[in-house]
Design a protein around this ligand. Structure first.
Ligand code: NAD
Length: 438
């Protein structure tokens, strides 16, 4: 019988790995330093919400393919492959905080393994990290780097449908226990050095972030010249050399990956005195984008002090409840700093640390009982709320669609003033624009 695979860390990546590998027929052991998380997981309760995840978790627990353990030793000792999927947040100076990865590998060095294990670092780490970590594994195992490319909201699906498997290793033999996991997916495998694999992951995220900042800069220009970014970006994205993905303007990219990964790779470039203008510009455009929404609001209503702002969306993107580094939350904080109060609704977020005076409500219409309405996350269900239902409750009759998810013409025909990002002031343009989104 095949040995179990051990997953260290049961966050978004750890859970997708546990469930994805169980779906592929492997036996998987999960461990996390948060005992409460393990206790809940044993009862089939995932640490975050994603469509279908609890059902899949219970299915595989019942089938005996997923097991959770209270100690790293118990979870890892029978495994010949350990996947490390712990967090690597940004430090103040932009560099990645690698303490959890080092702690996990240190913990593994004390495990009484019954076989020579391969340790696969799946956390996103800056180039050079895995070679350093390999020194800590020397003498008791092998160390490889196998990046994860999933998106929150479709984490398990993405795990099972990767475009490629990247594996950074010094010998293909060390990578065999890892690569065989994905054999049935029949995807291209890129065998390369650990440092190259780390660069592939960091720079893939940097490029995707760059595309978003590019789309935002184009959208801002569209606003200035009276063009419609939906059509402009659609026209650009049809070019196969460019592609439509991530060419969507909005309030910018947030979440636990893009910002910290671009900061991390920019920091590495800085320490090597290598130019990193594109990374820096990507971040600058992104930091400025939430301000556009505030300026649009100030242009319309003037001073924001005392204003009640209805907010649709707090998660950093649709399909997740994750508010880590969410620009929606950042906008709420900026509003509060200007004396405005927020009434926020998000289909998935149940708890969020909002500034004093702001509150979370249970329905989009409750949130729309406000002076103005702001859409800050790209949940498609917001477009399904008929504008007639909130046309009267939005007292100043002004809607800013910071994610271009609403049908601007429909909003306008309900008697509200609509502003999107790069959609120009002429709302008659938006039906064409919406064809792009579908
Ligand atoms: P997360 O914060 O959701 O989960 C990390 C988990 O690791 C937590 O449950 C934490 O308790 C646990 N942990 C921390 N230290 C530990 C230790 N020493 N032993 C055992 N468990 C420990 O993080 P995440 O979003 O899953 O991201 C994990 C890594 O994967 C990061 O490097 C991230 O950049 C990368 N990544 C994330 C995504 C994403 O969309 N979230 C996508 C691709 C890659």
């Amino acid at each position: 019988m095949a040995r179990p695979v051990c997953i260290v860390g049961t966050g978004y990546v750890g859970m997708a790995s546990l469930i994805g590998l169980a779906e592929l027929g492997w036996t998987v052991h999960g461990y996390d330093i948060i005992p409460e998380r393990i206790r809940k997981l044993r009862h089939g309760v995932a640490p975050y919400r994603e469509a279908g995840i609890d059902e899949l978790l219970r299915k595989h627990i019942d089938a005996g393919r997923i097991h959770f353990f209270d100690t790293l030793d118990a979870a890892a000792r029978d495994a010949d492959l350990v996947i490390v999927a712990v967090g690597t947040p940004a430090r103040e100076d932009g560099s990645a905080d690698l303490s959890a990865v080092y702690a996990a590998v240190d913990g593994l060095s004390k495990v009484s393994f019954s076989a020579w294990p391969t340790v696969c670092i799946r956390s996103t780490v800056p180039p050079g990290t895995s070679d350093d970590l390999a020194d800590l594994v020397d003498g008791w195992g092998e160390l490889i780097f196998g990046p994860e490319f999933l998106r929150e909201g479709s984490a398990v699906y993405d795990f099972l449908h990767p475009d490629r498997i990247v594996v950074g290793c010094t010998s293909t033999a060390a990578a065999v226990p890892y690569v065989r996991l994905f054999e049935s997916l029949q995807k291209p495998v890129v065998f390369t050095s650990r440092c190259n694999a780390e660069m592939i992951k960091c720079c893939s995220n940097a490029f995707l972030a760059l595309k978003i900042s590019f789309a935002n800069e184009i959208a801002n220009l569209c606003d200035a010249v009276g063009a419609t970014s939906d059509d402009v970006l659609r026209g650009i994205g049809y070019d196969k050399r460019i592609g439509p993905e991530f060419l969507r303007p909005g309030i910018g990219f947030g979440g636990p990956c893009f910002e910290k990964d671009v900061k991390s790779i920019a920091h590495v470039a800085g320490t090597h005195s290598v130019g990193h203008e594109l990374f820096a510009a990507t971040l600058r455009v992104n930091e400025a984008q939430p301000m556009r929404v505030l300026r649009m609001l100030e242009d319309e209503v003037g001073d924001l002090a005392g204003l009640t702002v209805g907010v649709w969306g707090l998660a950093f993107k649709a399909g997740t409840e994750d508010v880590r580094d969410s620009l929606a939350v950042r906008v709420v904080e900026m509003l509060s700093a200007r004396g405005a109060y927020t009434v926020a609704y998000d289909p998935a977020v149940r708890v969020a640390a909002l500034p004093a005076g702001s509150r979370l409500v249970q329905s989009p219409l409750e949130a729309a009982d406000a002076d103005v309405l702001l859409v800050l996350t790209d949940w498609p269900e917001f477009a399904a709320v008929h504008p007639e239902l909130y046309a009267r409750s939005v007292r100043r009759g002004f809607v800013i669609d910071g994610r271009n998810v609403l049908d601007g013409a429909r909003v306008a025909s309900a008697g509200l003033k609509y502003r999107g990002i790069g959609r120009s002031l002429d709302t008659t343009n938006t039906p064409v624009a919406l064809a792009l989104a579908q």
